[in-house]
Design a protein around this ligand. Structure first.
Ligand code: BG6
Length: 481
């Protein structure tokens, strides 16, 4: 069976669609969206007929030729397949460009109409890969041009700057789109290993019974990055690590880690389960949070000389419900750190080891009693435990049970996070997208911290943050140094 017939038989081929990509000249389109759409095309996961209309405001100075060239170089540079050959030409001829400046989208409306006629598509998707200040004007212009009717809206993060702006944004969206037409994207939820948290918990009888305060001492989610803010100074000054990573990605993953078992794995049940957790998060204050700033940040282009923007956050989060009462959730992320990884660790209560009197025990005692999920691509899971060492004693030492995606499964059909989510949006499946209510709850829980943030403490590039970050998690330790 060829790749494409397999996908078709399983009902994975979406109906004909027109997708308008706002922000077509931007980094996200170039690095992820265009190569991702091409990968879906090669895998037989795009509709039989479709059009992708790239768009950007007139002042960007992009035209059809420029867009076609950008598509080619984006696939060649960032794609997994070659940006040439018959397949690529088949893809490229379905892409076009239409410049559109708010508030007048009448030209775009004609282009969408023509694309619908050519393909017979009823599905129209608008992807807002634009800077946050452009969200509301673009949405309003879509409404004014009559383009929103029956269409889907994919909207990027950061979704608001605080509770007030998130609510305003939701109101602006709901003036034009109904909630079930809105796809708030968080690409962390598109990662295979993150979705596997749901499989691990809810498809097995081994782990879920221990997934609570009776068995667990703490949970940590560690997402350091080696990259610096890399030419994104102006954006980062406005955003900072908390808004860029915590209130979006890390707290969403925490939703998967901490939720009650949902009745079904559909959008409604999953979002309801996540929203319940988000509503139970004790509002964060600076007593539970350390902000860091890497040395050299102040001299990055676009950064104020006296900037207090945080490039690292470590937080202790409490979830006030029966399952998690008394179990701290530690979150850490930052730029210019000592590793690029994404690891969730569940630390188990350690039994009394006194009965092993006289035997050699490892330095950390039973601290290795952990379930460790590497959420990278393709991801792995390890269970750390103590095992008897061979010989005439009852000495014990740390041992590991491990699962690795790449070694255990054929990862041929694996989709990158954005690919999975683009495909879901084409199918009209909102399961892995975020609801208005959940996002507002997260901003609500973040409000005391954002109103009165701690001062960032400086840390050397390539490190794991200032000492205060290790102190915050004591008596435990960060998995990644
Ligand atoms: C983005 C943030 O949303 O996620 C970036 O804006 C961050 O600052 C990136 O580097 C991390 O995503 P990934 O998929 O590379 O882990």
């Amino acid at each position: 069976m060829t790749e494409s017939t397999r996908q078709e038989q399983e009902g994975l081929r979406p109906d004909p669609a027109v997708m308008v990509l706002f922000g077509a000249s931007g980094d996200l389109a170039k690095r992820k969206l265009i190569p991702g759409l091409y990968h879906l095309y090669r895998g037989g996961l795009m509709p039989k007929d479709f059009r992708i209309v790239g768009s950007a405001p007139a002042q960007v100075g992009m035209d059809s030729d420029g867009f076609a060239e950008m598509v080619r170089s984006s696939v060649a540079t960032f794609g997994r397949q070659e940006g040439a050959g018959a397949d690529f030409e088949g893809f490229a001829k379905r892409l076009s460009y239409c410049s559109a400046s708010t508030p007048d989208f009448s030209g775009l409306a004609s282009a969408v109409e023509a694309a619908k006629k050519e393909t017979g598509a009823e599905t129209v998707i608008f992807y807002l890969a634009v800077p946050p200040p452009a969200f509301v004007p673009v949405i309003a212009a879509l409404g004014k041009a009559g383009l929103s009717k029956g269409a889907r809206l994919i909207i990027e993060k950061p979704f608001g700057y605080d509770l007030k702006s998130a609510k305003e944004l939701n109101r602006a969206i709901h003036r034009v789109f109904s909630e079930d037409e809105v796809y708030r994207i968080d690409h962390f939820l598109g990662k295979e290993a993150v979705q596997n948290i749901l499989a691990l918990r809810f498809a097995n009888g081994i782990f879920e019974p221990a997934w609570n305060r009776s068995f667990l001492e703490y949970v940590q989610l560690d997402v350091p990055e080696t990259l610096t803010i890399e030419g994104r100074g102006a954006f980062y000054e406005e955003t900072g690590a908390y808004r860029d990573m915590i209130v979006t990605h890390l707290l969403q993953v925490l939703g998967f880690l901490a939720m009650e078992p949902p009745a079904r794995l559909d959008s409604r049940s999953l979002n309801a389960a996540k929203n319940k957790v988000f509503g139970a998060i004790r509002p964060l204050t600076k007593d539970d949070v350390v902000f860091g700033q890497y040395e050299g940040y102040l001299t990055e282009p676009g950064v104020a000389a006296d900037s207090r923007t945080e490039t690292l956050v470590a937080a202790r989060v409490w979830i006030d419900n029966d399952r998690w009462s008394g179990v701290p959730f530690y979150l850490r992320t930052g730029k210019a750190m000592g590793a690029s990884k994404s690891v969730a660790t569940l630390g188990f209560h350690v039994p009394d080891l006194d009965r092993f009197e006289g035997a050699a025990l490892p330095a950390g005692g039973g601290a290795c009693n952990q379930l460790v999920m590497d959420l990278g691509d393709p991801g792995s899971i390890e269970v750390g435990f103590l095992a008897k060492t061979p010989g005439a004693t009852m000495d014990v030492a740390p041992a590991v049970l491990s699962f690795n995606y790449a070694e255990s499964f054929n990862v041929r059909y694996e989709l990158a996070a954005y690919e999975r989510l683009l495909h879901d949006a084409l199918l009209g499946d909102r399961t892995l997208f975020n609801a208005a209510e959940g996002i507002e709850k997260l901003w609500e829980a973040s409000a005391p911290l954002l109103n009165d943030p701690p001062l960032p403490i400086s840390y050397p590039k390539g490190s794991f943050g200032p000492d205060e970050v290790s102190k915050l998690i004591g008596p435990y330790a960060w998995k990644l140094g």
